[in-house]
Design a protein around this ligand. Structure first.
Ligand code: NCD
Length: 322
């Protein structure tokens, strides 16, 4: 059993599938009248979020609380602002004996550094720089597993188009690792500045990835269109000539979906720039799974916290029934 959850990279397919199975078993808690199980009573979870977050942070906190763990949240107003290093912050937090430290950080590799440094508590990566966001990929896969539950091959052999700002997206990277493991076809779609050719180099992800700089050709026949947020905070880096031009070429609209991928369901990790990378008609329409993604996010995080805090995935049923 691994002590940390740092990325999808390096996982085996069985590990990935076990995560999804565990998460499914926690999913029913959200439908209960009293949403609390005693599984992590007496355990402590610290959420250290040194970058903005709504969904990920709220769902880690809810997940911890539903499992009866004591959850503490530390945000961007921590002493890191006073110049304390991340390593010192983490060592001090570990001195208070948490069982799990959930970390979001703008530097790629920050959670990996903490995992090396901390000897007693587990680390979960809640998004590090441009690198990975493993629980997002897990919740995306869980949403698809639920949606395609009647499909004989499950979520294997799907055609997945990932559209938009792939270059800056840790969500895209974690999903690429996940869908390669699951045996899905991946096409990355966007302008060359946001979808650079290196992504298709077998040395990057070690699998077969297609790139398309045309939205129509890229999403054609897809089962899943995953839209990514245009990271407007990076607009001054000149990756796009203008947002209007981006939207005309790559904005996902219902008419383009009807034409090129009529069967496709749509995912988006949030936050959504409505009318930029995707239209409101799509996001609010019947093919959108975005609300389900958020709901499944809690189950995925419950499973991750439970597995790491107890060092076991096998006791979940027993704990839930206590
Ligand atoms: C993403 C993130 O922070 O990586 N959001 C999320 O966690 N749901 C995606 C983004 O900010 O574009």
């Amino acid at each position: 059993m691994r002590r940390h959850l740092l990325g999808i990279r390096g996982m085996t397919r069985t590990e990935l599938e076990n995560h999804l199975e565990n998460a499914l078993s926690f999913g029913e808690v959200s439908g209960r009248d009293i949403k609390k199980v005693p599984a992590l009573r007496g355990k402590t979870v610290i959420n250290l979020f040194l970058e903005p977050s709504t969904r990920t942070r709220a769902s880690f906190e809810i997940a911890g609380k539903w499992l009866s763990a004591d959850t503490i949240n530390i945000g961007e107003d921590s002493s890191v602002k006073k110049g304390e290093t991340l390593a010192d912050t983490a060592r001090n937090l570990e001195a208070m004996s948490p069982d799990v430290l959930v970390v979001r950080h703008r530097e790629s590799g920050a959670p990996h550094l903490l995992a090396k440094l901390l000897t007693k508590c587990s680390v979960i990566n809640a998004g590090d720089g441009l690198n990975e966001h493993p629980t997002q990929a897990l919740l995306d896969c869980l949403t698809l597993k639920h949606h395609f539950r009647d499909r004989a091959e499950g979520i294997s052999g799907l055609r997945i188009a990932i559209v938009g700002d792939v270059r800056h997206s840790r969500v895209a990277r974690s999903n690429i690792w996940a869908h390669l493991l699951l045996g899905n076809e991946i096409c990355l779609v966007g302008p060359p500045t946001l979808v650079p050719a290196e992504f298709a180099d077998p040395r990057a992800f070690g699998g077969n990835i297609r790139i398309s700089h045309s939205l129509g050709a890229g999403i054609e026949g897809s089962d899943v269109v995953m839209c990514l947020r245009v990271q407007r905070e990076r607009q001054d880096e000149h990756f796009l000539p203008s947002l209007e031009e981006y939207t005309t070429e790559y904005g996902v609209t219902e008419s383009k979906l009807r034409k090129f991928a009529p069967q496709a369901v749509v995912l988006h990790p949030g936050p959504v720039n409505r009318g930029i990378e995707v239209s409101s008609e799509v996001i609010d329409g019947p093919r959108s799974l975005v609300t389900q993604q958020v709901t499944f996010g809690v189950a995925v995080r419950m499973a991750a916290l439970f597995t790491l805090a107890t060092g076991t995935a096998g006791q979940r049923e027993q704990s839930q029934n206590e």
